[in-house]
Design a protein around this ligand. Structure first.
Ligand SMILES: Cc1cc2nc3c(=O)[nH]c(=O)nc-3n(C[C@H](O)[C@H](O)[C@H](O)COP(=O)(O)OP(=O)(O)OC[C@H]3O[C@@H](n4cnc5c(N)ncnc54)[C@H](O)[C@@H]3O)c2cc1C
Length: 312
């Protein structure tokens, strides 16, 4: 959507220095691909976010929005995004509150980096978040994705979430109002796309005597051994199919490790990672993903669904 000059000036006055137009999404995604977002807004906090939503509602309700965190699970098409991207990675603040029973209510702003939160819990002797070690991105993104590993996911520890609705209302929803599925969280009665997650409240345990640091080292060592590091990717590209081998095993056994389309490659280390090896475009990645899906379907009769969110 193209904004006229007046609308751009209005937006700049609402959030000075925190809004960009035609901003390349390749700068904001771990895959380092993606065309421009017509509006890229990064509110500094709740007040600016409220003003932004008020402006949208009153001046440009037809401009839809997409909330993002660190962009580590996103694939943005080369043609870009016609909506307004709202980057919530500035919503920081972490607090923790202990209860008498040894449980800890950990409240984290949506923009807190998952990696930092894991470190914080280890330092304080709080267990329950180690399954998230090594997962990049924000805790807001992790909650929305119900991110995790085979040992657990965010849905296991989330007690409640605080979010802003399209109309600027701030709501708290408890576990009973949340649905967790494989790499997906939804709030009953709300469109997922309209939810702007502000805070995530987690129920974890205080375990001063358990060596969390040692456990963390083992988890990170395993991750380093099995996953490509220091390359542009979005983590596992496909969901693991139910009652079957993992997506990585199927792709590997279909002989696709190392397969390339343009600058995109099926990682030689972990077949469920598509990496941007050499200046790939989003189209290269999409074509490689299509080829993987087709080959796995023809070889094993299994349909692989993408875990990565495709935007644009
Ligand atoms: C090297 C690597 C390893 C990875 N390993 C794992 C893994 O082991 N397990 C796993 O589950 N994932 C993994 N991932 C994927 C990714 O890191 C996680 O899904 C992460 O939690 C996404 O967080 P993000 O802030 O980057 O979200 P984004 O990628 O920015 O967004 C992801 C989704 O959440 C929504 N969203 C983000 N923030 C908000 C918000 N505040 N309010 C509303 N909606 C929001 C977006 O609209 C989008 O739909 C990996 C990625 C990489 C690059």
């Amino acid at each position: 959507m193209i904004l006229d000059m007046d609308s751009k000036l209005e937006l700049e006055s609402i959030m000075p220095g925190r809004v960009k137009f035609d901003e390349p999404m390749s700068r904001h995604t771990s895959l380092k691909v993606g065309g421009p977002a017509s509006v890229y807004a990064k509110p500094s906090g709740m007040a600016q976010l409220s003003k932004l939503l008020d402006w949208r509602r009153l001046s440009m309700p037809e401009l839809n929005y997409i909330p993002v965190g660190s962009g580590t699970n996103l694939l943005v098409r080369d043609s870009g995004i016609s909506q307004m991207v709202i980057d919530l990675s500035s919503f920081l603040s972490t607090t923790s509150k202990s209860s008498r029973t040894g449980n800890v209510l950990l409240v984290a702003g949506a923009g807190v980096k998952t990696v930092s939160l894991c470190r914080f819990t280890i330092r304080n002797g709080f267990s329950g978040l180690n399954m998230m070690l090594g997962i990049p991105g924000t805790i807001g993104g992790a909650a929305m994705m119900n991110a995790g590993t085979s040992t657990g996911s965010m849905g296991d520890i989330i007690e409640s979430v605080i979010f802003m609705t399209e109309s600027g209302q701030i709501l708290t929803k408890e576990k009973k109002d949340l649905d967790f599925a494989y790499r997906k969280m939804s709030v009953k009665g709300f469109e997922t796309a309209s939810i702007l997650l502000l805070k995530v409240c987690m129920n974890i345990k205080s375990e001063k005597f358990f060596n969390l640091g040692k456990e963390a080292q083992q988890i990170l060592k395993k991750r380093k051994k099995t996953q490509p590091a220091g390359v542009a990717s979005a983590g596992c590209f496909f969901k693991n199919p139910e009652n079957n081998k993992s997506a990585g095993e199927l792709i590997d056994q279909a002989g696709l490790k190392g397969k390339m389309v343009g600058g995109a490659q099926v990682s030689t280390k972990h077949a469920n990672f598509i990496i941007n090896k050499n200046k790939a475009t989003a189209a290269d990645i999409m074509e490689l993903a299509r080829l993987v899906q087709e080959t796995v379907r023809n070889t094993f009769g299994v349909n692989l669904e993408t875990e990565v969110k495709i935007l644009g």
